[in-house]
Structures are given as structure tokens and as C-alpha cells.
Design a protein around this ligand. Structure first.
Ligand code: TRP
Length: 914
């Protein structure tokens, strides 16, 4: 429908232009030329007796009636939907021109006329009006400045941006000055496209920026937008979106209200509002376009939304009705500054259809306002050709059957036309007219030779001047209005400084919607400031009556971070808990930070805490038990020593290589007590001491045992060969001990000097803890150190194992074999146990192995002897201990001592023999 209408209009225009174009050629041939059709325009003209006229474009109707589709030739559409607000604006222009004409200080010798057209809030009518302003339909000759017979100085208007744009594309071709009073669309600032357009209203660039500031002020981040399907809505929302995204806020949805009712399009917009979690919606639309949307919102009962209003509907009586308050109450919006216009009220009341029977607009005003039909009028009353909301096509052709009497009282009327409490755009109209008047005034005051134009500083003269000559003055104008405001435009023709009132819809005591000022947004070329009134109470249309909360996802708590939701705006996110060792301290963090080396995250992941330090301490149960065990072991060894000292004269002790036994006891004390060095906080010295003492202890112990077993082995060889006795003196036994100990000392010293073990903070093996442990230093040295011990132990085992077959059934040999087996088993099982544990238990495993092997040796070597010494003293005789006696009693075993003492004797004799 819309496109068809557009085609018709364009066709009509083409036809008109063609007519005009041909005219020039035909003139000579035919001399007469006739227009085939005429534009159907309404308006007011007062051009007679005036040398200059100012054109005016106002939206006195809201829409055109869709053309009958069966008619193919282009017809100029008719209008419907009387717009009281536009009617007031138009009246204001007439009033202002009258005022100027009466003033002596502006244009003293010249009076202004006007030619005003109704644009019906449609582009096509706006273009028609622009053309008529330029040409005049009664004229044969196109004279692009003269439609009424008087010179056209410039045009005031139009209302909606799209209309101004359309008109300006034509007027701009001639550089004809055009001063807008309401069109705020940002593209109109573009002087390449609209070179002769100026306005007394700020661009939507300022308003969109102001909206973003307001949204930031209340902390909303998730905003929906609804735009009218025209330049105003679309460009307004476009700039708003750009600005909102630049401050990292997000658009929840962005929908368009159709100009011509379409169920699907309207449904889409309504569904978006209904289904979105955004509680705050920016609505960029003129009140005329907005009304069907408002009805839908009421129809779908959508409450609990806060609407951010653009200047076009914030104070509109069309929307601010008490019945819409449950849905639109609490709306916040920006309004153009309000002003009082002296004398306007009286002028507005001075309207009556009887004054001029041809004044169809006034008749329609009267009919619509009083819901009656003016006698003999052909003006339809309240015609509505729109498809209605529910989608049904029940078109209204209502003519009220009540006749107007003419006695109706305007005073009784509650109508936006007569409401002079919110004169905002109305005041802009007045300023626009003054703008034009002041420019003309300046032009008229030009002094010859001091004029602004190049080539001789010439002047222009009223009425015969070129449009661009007036443009020069318009561009440089600065004037003060009746209420003290200074009006000045920047290089783009926009007002360069001013303010918006920030209004909030509240319900007053009479149940009417009141626009309460809650703040102000002031702007100059370089500065913008949002000032909210401190003591202003804002009405919020929310369940809680508190500031609405409009977010896509709640701010992430400390301890979590934002996680992207694929394909959704940045304001929508998941909250993902920080990984171990990472924290987020502030709410809403994008990333978690890693804790420092010595720190780890707490359970809530909102703080880094010092890592727990782990080592086997004395004061914990495990460490304490191990210390007790090792001291107990040492005491047991001491007890054995005491027994040995007390019974040193008994054959068993005496005969039994006392020194070596004592050495073994000493070494066992060393190994047992060395385990204490493994407990407690590791330091460099304790790390070094523990390994070395342990290795030394074992090497001393094992070498002494080896000393003993070597004698056994030799005795066995003697018993086997029956040849010459190979003997070993006790001194040699000690030399073996000495050599092994010296070798061990050598390795230990090299180890300690070259690559000693050291204390070390192990951060890797467990995340939450720092394990204090010892490093091995050089593995090679460590292995060789304990390698010697293993070597000695293997030798002990081998020698006693071979000698176990001694015919005399050497008891001690078996004990040592057994002791060595225990030793091996413990240390072999130690390896996997050690490797599979971590932290302090690793150390504990090692201590267990040390204690167990020490206890094992203690038990295997000394326990049987002590048993005999203390409990079976009758067996502790020289005979039993001494000679190579075959056992009488199986239970009494000859000991290693007996063998060696016997050997000593033999050897002594052998030596004597030699
Ligand atoms: N600012 C609107 C635009 O640029 C025009 C406008 C302002 C308007 N207030 C209005 C239109 C009220 C209709 C009704 O399009």
C-alpha cells in the first residue's frame, strides 16, 4: 500500500515536472498551458499587501487517506486524523508573524505574509507543499520563488524529520532558506545534503547522548529500543545504539513500529517488549506514530516497563492520558525547554468556523473538538480509514448526527490545542519565525558599500533578493527571545547551546498525568551535563516502586568471572567459578587473577591465602610417635650395652668380640637417632646431616657385622678344607671396619662439599600446599653412599649364607642371615612405598624403614644373646660358649664368639708353630 501510494505520488510529480519542462518549448507554439491535475492541499494564506511571504509546513492532520486502488491516474491524497497539536503550532506561526508585523523594531517598513500548508504528517504532502511554495499552482510560468504573487523569503517547517528532509531536498536545490522547529533528525545537520536547512531545535545526536547518560545514571545495562519507521526513529536509535555500545552497555532488542498497520510487524515489536528481560525501553517516535503501539501495549497488558521517551512524545496529550498511566506512568524523557508566550492563549481562543466558511481546517477543528457536524459543511467529521488494531478492517465513516450550533464554548473544552501549559515545540515555532524575521531585518538594514557580499561589498534589497543572500544572514544570526534565551546556530544550522528538561510522568491530585521535572541536561558545543534534581521524587512504574533493575545477567559475585554466551551481547554472560589458584576480588570481574607463588585461592575463590606449609613436625602425632620410637630404640640399645658391660666377664660377652659388639651398638644408636633429624622443619644443615649420619651409621653397623661374618666364613672354609688354617685377627676385623668407614667418610665429604642436599620448597607436587622437603643434591653421590651400605649388607649376607652350612650349626650365623634378610626386605619394600607417597608421609615412610631396619638388626643380633645372658645364665659357660663341641642340647647353639675365640686360640698356636 505504502509503496503504491509512493508510486502514485511520484508519478504525479513526474507528470507535473514534465508539464513544466515542456511548457518552455510549447509556449511559443501554443501560448497556453494547463495542468492536468492539482495538488489537494489545505492551509492558510495571507499574501496580499505583503511584499514578502514566509512559507510554513505543519502537520495539521496525522495521515493521508489511502487512495482508491481502482483509480489509476495519480490523485493527490486527502487527509484525516485532525491533529490539535499541529493546529496549535500552525496558529502560533500566524500569531508570531502578526506580532512581528506589529513590532516597530523588526522590519519596520515591511510586513510579512504567510503561506502555510498542511503536510498531513506524510512525505508526499510535504513534497507537494514544497513544490507549491516554489511554483504556485495557478501560475502558467514557473517562478521558483513566487507562489502567491509575493516573494517567498523562506520556509518554516516541517514537523517530522522525514517531511523536512523531503521538503529540503527540493528547497535546497534553490538554496531557499528553511528553518525547522521540530525536526531533530541528525542527518539534517549534513550541509552537503541540506545546504539551506537550519533549525531552532537540537539534533538527536544530543538527545541520544543524553539518554545514554541518563541510563548510566540509573545503572541500567540492558536496554530495548523501539523506533518509528521514519528518519527520526531510525537515525535516533542508530545514534543511541552507537553511543550505548561505546560505553559497554547492551541493546536487548531493537524493533520498529510500522507506519501503516501491519499485524506481523506490530506483533514482532510487542513480542520483543513482552519477552525480553529488559525493563527499560527507549522509544524514539512521534506521538502520532506511537499511538497504535500504545494501544497494543494496553491491549497486551504490558506493565512494569520504564519507557525512556524522546522529545516528540514526552509531553504529548495523545499519549499522556490517565488511562494509559498504568502502562506508561513513570516514563522518563527529554523535553524541549518550556516557555510562556504572551498573548498566544487569547489568539488560540479566537477561532470560530463562522468567521470564514471556506476555512475548512477551522470547521474540521470545531467538528472534531465538539463532536458535532457544522451545518452545510462538506468536511467529514472524524474519519478513520485505518485498519484497526485487532486487524479487522472495519473502517469508520462516522459523521456525527448532532449539528454544531456555533455556541459551543472553547473554555469548556479540555483540548491540547488550548493547553498552553506545555509550550515547548510551540515556542520553537515562534523562534523559527523570529529567526527568519531577524535575518530579513538584518538584510534590510544593510548599508550600501558595507554589505557582506564580495565584489564591492554590495547589499541585497527586499523584496528582490536571492535566496542565498538571505542564507548569509541566517547563518550568522544571534538573537534573544522574549523570555531571555539566546538563539544561535552552529555551522551545521543546529542550535549550539541549550538544555532539555528531564520529565517524569506522575499522576497529579486530579488524576491527570503530570510532567514533573526531575533534572536537566545542558549542552553547549563542547560540554554536556546531566543534573538530576536532588530532592525530586521519581515515580517508578515497578512492583516495588523502586528504580527498575534492567540487566541481562546479574553481576558475577567475587570468586567468579564472566563467561561468554555464544552469540549474545556482552551484557549477557555466565558466571564461571575461578579455577583453583585463581581469584576475583571485585564483583563483575572479566578475568580471575592468578595468586602469587606462595599463595593459593580460598574456598570462595575471592581471596589469595598463604599456602599451607607441610613438613613432618615434632608436635604432630605421627612425628611424635616416630621420635618416641627412635628414642625408645636407642634406650633399648643402651640397655643392651649396660647388660654387656655388666656381664663383660661372662664367656658369652667376653669371648664374643666385645669391641665390635659395642661398635654395632653405637652405630645402631646413631641410625636410630638419625631418624630424629628427618623430623621437624627441614633446613640446609638438617638435610645434610640426616643423609650423612644415616649412611655413616649403617656403614659402621654393617662393616662391623661384616667383620664378624668374615671370621665365620673363614671358619667354614677351614672346616671344609681341613687344610691349613686361614685365620683372621681381631685387628684385621677392625681394619675392615676402618676401611669401610673411611671410604664412606670420603664419599660423604665429597657429597657434602661438591653437591650437598638442601632444603627446598616444593610448590609443584601439591597446589594448595608448599611442601618443605630436602633435595638430594647429587644423586650419584647419594647412590654411592648408600651403595656402600648395600654392598656391605650383601657381603654380610653372602658370607653368612655360605657359612650357614657349618657343621657346628653356627647359631650366630643364622641370626645374622636372618637380620640381613629383614634388612633387605624392609629396604626393598621401602622403594615403592617411598615413591608412591607425597609430602610429609614420604619422610615418615623413610623413618619407618630406618627404625624398622634398626630394630630388625637389634632384634636379630642382640636379642638371643641377651636372652641367654639374662635368662639362661647356666648356658653362659665357657664350655658351652667355647670349644667346638657338638651340640648336646640342640637348643644351645655355639655362637660366633665361640668360633672366633676358638680361632684365636688356634691361630695363636699356629703362629707359635710357625
Ligand atoms: N522530532 C520529531 C522528528 O524529528 C518531530 C516531532 C517533534 C514531532 N515533536 C513532535 C512530530 C510531535 C509529531 C509530533 O521527526
Amino acid at each position: 500500500m505504502a509503496s503504491r501510494k509512493k508510486c502514485l505520488v511520484l508519478g504525479f510529480l513526474a507528470f507535473l515536472w514534465a508539464e513544466l519542462g515542456i511548457k518552455g518549448k510549447e509556449e511559443t507554439e501554443e501560448q497556453t498551458c494547463r495542468l492536468l491535475g492539482k495538488f489537494d492541499l489545505n492551509g492558510y494564506v495571507d499574501a496580499k499587501n505583503h511584499s514578502l511571504v514566509i512559507g510554513g509546513l505543519f502537520d495539521i492532520h496525522s495521515r493521508t487517506i489511502p487512495a482508491n486502488e481502482s483509480v489509476l491516474e495519480p490523485v493527490s491524497a486527502k487527509c484525516e486524523g485532525f491533529n490539535f497539536r499541529g493546529f496549535r503550532w500552525m496558529k502560533t506561526m500566524i500569531h508570531t508573524i502578526k506580532e512581528i508585523n506589529e513590532r516597530k523594531d523588526i522590519l519596520p517598513n515591511i510586513t510579512l505574509g504567510y503561506q502555510i500548508f498542511d503536510t498531513c504528517f506524510t512525505i508526499s504532502k510535504s513534497v507537494e507543499a514544497a513544490l507549491v511554495l516554489l511554483t504556485g499552482q495557478e501560475e502558467n510560468k514557473p517562478n521558483f520563488r513566487n507562489g502567491t504573487g509575493a516573494f517567498l523569503a523562506g520556509v518554516v517547517g516541517a514537523g517530522g524529520s522525514s517531511l523536512s528532509i523531503a521538503a529540503s531536498r527540493i528547497l535546497g536545490l534553490y538554496y531557499l532558506p528553511q528553518v525547522g522547529y521540530a525536526s531533530t533528525c541528525s542527518v539534517l545537520s549534513d550541509k552537503y545534503q541540506f545546504p539551506s536547512y537550519l533549525r531552532t531545535v537540537a539534533s538527536d545526536k544530543v538527545q541520544s547522548e543524553a539518554m545514554v547518560r541518563l541510563i548510566q545514571h540509573f545503572g541500567w545495562v540492558w536496554i530495548g529500543t523501539i523506533a518509528a519507521d521514519d528518519d527520526y526513529g531510525k537515525y535516533g536509535v542508530k545514534i543511541f545504539k552507537e553511543k550505548i555500545e561505546s560505553v559497554n552497555l547492551c541493546i536487548a532488542f531493537s524493533e520498529i513500529i510500522p507506519k501503516v498497520y501491519s499485524y506481523e510487524k506490530m506483533r514482532r515489536a510487542i513480542d520483543a517488549v513482552k519477552n525480553s528481560t529488559a525493563r527499560v525501553v527507549v522509544l524514539y517516535a512521534s506521538d502520532i506514530d506511537l499511538s497504535p503501539f500504545v494501544l497494543e501495549i494496553v491491549f497486551h497488558n504490558i506493565t512494569d516497563r520504564t519507557w525512556i521517551a524522546s522529545e516528540a512524545w514526552i509531553t504529548s496529550a495523545l499519549i499522556a492520558k490517565p488511562e494509559y498511566f498504568p502502562y506508561f506512568g513513570g516514563s522518563i524523557g527529554f523535553a524541549i525547554p518550556r516557555a510562556d508566550i504572551p498573548g498566544l492563549k487569547e489568539f488560540l481562543y479566537d477561532v470560530h468556523p463562522s468567521k470564514d466558511p471556506n476555512d475548512v481546517l477551522t470547521i474540521e477543528f470545531w467538528q472534531t473538538a465538539f463532536n458535532c457536524t457544522w451545518p452545510n459543511s462538506s468536511v467529514p467529521y472524524h474519519v478513520d480509514h485505518r485498519v484497526n488494531m485487532t486487524g479487522k478492517d472495519d473502517r469508520l465513516h462516522a459523521m456525527s448526527d448532532k449539528f454544531c450550533t456555533g455556541e459551543e464554548k472553547l473554555e469548556d473544552l479540555k483540548n491540547t490545542y488550548l493547553d498552553v501549559s506545555q509550550l515547548r515545540i510551540t515556542n520553537n515555532v515562534k523562534q523559527a519565525v523570529y529567526f527568519m524575521a531577524y535575518a530579513l531585518d538584518h538584510l534590510s538594514r544593510c548599508e550600501e558599500g558595507r554589505g557582506p557580499y564580495v565584489f564591492g561589498n554590495t547589499c541585497a534589497y527586499i523584496p528582490d533578493f536571492e535566496p542565498w543572500q538571505l542564507m548569509y544572514y541566517l547563518k550568522n544570526i544571534k538573537f534573544t527571545t522574549h523570555n531571555g534565551m539566546t538563539i544561535e546556530t552552529d555551522e551545521n544550522g543546529d542550535v549550539s547551546r541549550g538544555y532539555y528538561d528531564i520529565l517524569n510522568w506522575q499522576l497529579d491530585d486530579n488524576g491527570e498525568v503530570a510532567f514533573v521535572k526531575i533534572g536537566e541536561y545542558t549542552f553547549t558545543d563542547s560540554k554536556f551535563e546531566l543534573v538530576m534534581r536532588k530532592n525530586a521524587t521519581i515515580f517508578w512504574n515497578t512492583e516495588s516502586s523502586e528504580v527498575p533493575y534492567s540487566v541481562c545477567a546479574d553481576v558475577c559475585r567475587p570468586g567468579t568471572r564472566k563467561g561468554i554466551r555464544q552469540g549474545e551481547p556482552a551484557c549477557c554472560f555466565y558466571c564461571i567459578p575461578c579455577a583453583d589458584g585463581h581469584v576475583s576480588r571485585e564483583p563483575g570481574q572479566r578475568e580471575c587473577e592468578q595468586c602469587g607463588e606462595d599463595y593459593w585461592s580460598n574456598a570462595q575463590k575471592n581471596k589469595c591465602v598463604l599456602k599451607e606449609v607441610e613438613f613432618l613436625a615434632y608436635d604432630e602425632a605421627l612425628g611424635f610417635t616416630l621420635v618416641l620410637l627412635s628414642i625408645f630404640g636407642a634406650l633399648v640399645v643402651l640397655a643392651v650395652t649396660v647388660v654387656y658391660v655388666l656381664y663383660r666377664h661372662t664367656p658369652l660377652v667376653n669371648a664374643n668380640d666385645r669391641e665390635l659388639s659395642f661398635l654395632i651398638q653405637v652405630s645402631l644408636v646413631i641410625t636410630l637417632l638419625s631418624s630424629v633429624l628427618f623430623i621437624g622443619k627441614p633446613y640446609d644443615w638438617s638435610c645434610r646431616a640426616r643423609q650423612v649420619t644415616l649412611a655413616m651409621g649403617f656403614s659402621l653397623c654393617l662393616s662391623c657385622i661384616l667383620g664378624k661374618t668374615i671370621s665365620l666364613f673363614l671358619a667354614y672354609r677351614i672346616s671344609r678344607s681341613k687344610t691349613r688354617l686361614i685365620s683372621i685377627r681381631p685387628l684385621y676385623q677392625k681394619i675392615i671396619v676402618l676401611i669401610s668407614v673411611l671410604v664412606e667418610i670420603g664419599i660423604c665429604t665429597a657429597y657434602l662439599v661438591l653437591e650437598p642436599p638442601s632444603a627446598f620448597k616444593n610448590m609443584e607436587s601439591q597446589n594448595t600446599k608448599i611442601i618443605l622437603e630436602c633435595t638430594e643434591g647429587s644423586i650419584e653421590f647419594l647412590c654411592s653412599m648408600f651403595g656402600i651400605d648395600i654392598f656391605l649388607a650383601s657381603l654380610c649376607f653372602l658370607t653368612t649364607f655360605v657359612a650357614r652350612q657349618l657343621p657346628d650349626n653356627y647359631y650366630e650365623g643364622k641370626c645374622i642371615t636372618f637380620g640381613m634378610l629383614v634388612f633387605f626386605i624392609i629396604w626393598i619394600s621401602f622403594v615403592p612405598a617411598y615413591l608412591s607417597t607425597k609430602g610429609k608421609f614420604k619422610v615418615a615412610v623413610e623413618i619407618f624403614a630406618i627404625l624398622a631396619s634398626s630394630y630388625g638388626l637389634l632384634g636379630c643380633i642382640f636379642a638371643p644373646k641377651c636372652f641367654i645372658i639374662l635368662l639362661r645364665p647356666e648356658r653362659n659357660t665357657h664350655e658351652l660358649v667355647g670349644g667346638r663341641v657338638l651340640t648336646i642340647d640342640k637348643s644351645i647353639q655355639p655362637t660366633l664368639a665361640s668360633v672366633s675365640s676358638e680361632l684365636n686360640n688356634t691361630m695363636a698356636s699356629t703362629v707359635e708353630d710357625d
